[in-house]
Design a protein around this ligand. Structure first.
Ligand code: CU
Length: 557
């Protein structure tokens, strides 16, 4: 037995990895027995990506071109994915005023955006009635393991969302076979556009399983409506929430123009973060001012207002939102509404929350490059309306440009006080209007190119800690756009970014452009593992044997 213990102990000592010894011991050992010769590290293993998605999906290319529908000029959308032009035309004319054909192509119901009388006789309708529903995206289903009504913010990334959605007919998904949400049903909730002085009614038809309201943040509205009922959307001061299956109409007649905000005010710390929020733009009153009452999608305003057309060549609506994946996963983990309510309103604690996903108009990089690019040309003036709907600030950085802040929270900044800068801080729920001048003067613009546009808080450019991701988009000059709307870039191959594996942490970061294999994943050393296993066995045998010897010696006494 004594010999067994001795052999096991000596074996364990010999197998003990030298690199685990303290530095002093290693130096002493080297002095006694010399240093070992060079040993090549184990070879690298190339990770194999799943096949990359096409950068530019080809199915809805027809929506990109300029259209004239129902007498409405819908501007060309140069990015590879564009919003539905029929829906743009329908909400400009009013869904009650267009042909059945346009309505069918738009997907909207006849009462989604009703436009009535021209009250001030200036050639455009001033009675506007908008109906919004509440929809769930990427929610759980007892029928299948996958989320249903899927909307991916990036390859394979599908957090649960709630959105205010325009009233549509038909199915939530593309068709009977598909689990994907139809194009018009998406993040973010649509930007709403009305004219100063319009008599606006907005009906919330609660098609969801939880109570909700709408609060019009920054928009001029009376606290009580004509019937003496609360009109501020706040359960604790204004009204009882709209229960599932119920409806409620809000009355507004805004006297001031500007870029405002709307959001649910029921348990707002979670409902706003689930996506129940959107831009609310009050346009200046002008004659013949037919407005794109809803902007559903990526942000390009394809039928801008008269006042914007006077001063600007293009207009974009940008909505930023950061997401805590723990909150947005609740609707995937539970399908009983009572469990969702308990988890969301009693177990989840936003004061312990951390943001994992960062989106611009409902998408993260690389999907932002399909649809949320600020496309421009030299010597243009571009109006950009930005809202930060997230819980942390956004330090919006414009590569290659310095933009001028013309409005804060919808209020014009006096010309002498306007600042021109390349990082613009936008607090939670704050709106900033930017004038982007593309004159190549080394100040406003450094010239044509593909210039990044992103939150400069570094976490904002990641997706669950993996970069590039987050809200990275770009200011792109038309000459840098291909025919399909995909920008010409001069850097690395984008294929890995269009795989789920990249965002699942399965692909080495530089492998795609590393012909020598220097940055492949380090391979596993099987011999080393075996050596450590034998070491563990021998050490255990030596200890056990020593124990047995000790017990025997005691019994012998
Ligand atoms: Cu709500």
């Amino acid at each position: 037995m004594r010999w067994v213990v001795l052999i096991a102990a000596v074996g364990a000592v010999l197998l003990f990895p030298v690199e685990w010894l303290p530095k002093g011991a290693r130096l002493q050992l080297a002095e006694w027995v010399g240093t070992p010769g060079y040993e090549a590290p184990p070879g690298g293993a190339a990770a194999v990506a799943d096949e990359a998605e096409p950068f530019c999906p080809a199915d809805l290319l027809e929506w990109r071109r300029a259209w004239t529908i129902e007498g409405v000029s819908v501007r060309r959308s140069p990015t590879c994915v564009a919003d539905n032009p029929h829906a743009v035309a329908a909400v400009v004319r009013g869904t009650n005023n267009v042909s059945e054909q346009t309505l069918l192509a738009s997907g909207l119901t006849p009462d989604a955006v009703e436009k009535g009388a021209d009250l001030d006789g200036d050639g455009d309708p001033d009675e506007i009635h908008i109906r919004l529903e509440v929809a769930e995206l990427n929610g759980g289903s007892p029928e299948m393991d996958e989320p249903t009504t899927q909307f991916a913010i990036a390859p394979g990334i599908k957090p649960g969302f709630w959105v205010f959605a325009p009233k549509m007919f038909g199915m939530a998904t593309e068709n009977f076979e598909s689990v994907n949400a139809r194009a018009m049903l998406r993040m973010p909730s649509p930007a709403i556009r009305i004219e100063q002085g319009d008599r606006v009614r907005i009906t919330l038809e609660n098609s969801h399983y939880m109570p909700h309201t709408i609060h019009f943040h920054g928009v001029d509205h009376p606290f009580l409506d004509a019937n003496g009922e609360g009109n501020d959307g706040v359960p604790v001061t204004s009204e009882v929430p709209v229960m599932p299956g119920a409806a409620r109409t809000y009355d507004l007649q805004p006297r001031q123009s500007g870029t405002m905000f709307y959001h649910c005010h029921v348990q707002p710390h979670v409902h706003i973060m689930m996506g129940l929020q959107g831009l609310f733009v009050v346009e200046e009153n002008r004659p013949d001012n037919w407005l794109q009452t809803l902007n559903v999608g990526a942000g390009h305003v394809r039928a801008p207002s008269a006042a914007v057309r006077e001063e600007f060549d293009r207009e974009y609506d940008l909505q930023y939102l950061d997401i805590d994946k723990d909150l947005n996963a609740i609707v995937q983990q539970y399908s009983d509404p009572r469990h969702v309510i308990e988890q969301m309103h009693r177990r989840y604690d936003i004061t312990d929350a951390r943001s994992d996903y960062f989106t611009l108009n409902g998408r993260s990089f690389p999907y932002t490059f399909r649809e949320s690019l600020l496309v421009t040309k030299p010597d243009e003036r571009v109006k950009v309306r930005v809202v930060n709907g997230g819980s942390t600030g956004v330090a919006l950085h414009t590569h290659g440009h310095k933009a001028t802040v013309t409005h804060f929270d919808g209020i014009a900044v006096a010309p002498a006080a306007q600042v021109t800068r390349d990082v613009i801080w936008i607090a939670s729920s704050q709106r900033v209007d930017l004038a982007l001048q593309t004159t190549d003067d080394g100040l406003h613009s450094y010239g044509s190119g593909v210039w990044l546009l992103h939150d400069h808080q570094e976490k904002g450019v990641t997706t669950d800690g993996i970069g590039p991701g987050g809200n990275v988009a770009a200011i792109v000059y038309e000459q840098f756009l291909g025919d399909d709307g995909w920008p010409s870039t001069f850097g690395v191959d984008w294929s890995p970014y269009f795989t789920e594996a990249y965002y699942q942490r399965e692909l080495p970061v530089w492998q795609a452009y590393d012909p020598l294999g220097m940055f492949a994943t380090a391979g596993d050393d099987g011999w080393r593992l075996l050596r450590l296993l034998v070491l563990a066995l021998l050490a255990a045998a030596a200890l056990a044997g020593a124990g047995v010897l000790l017990v025997r010696r005691r019994q012998a006494r």
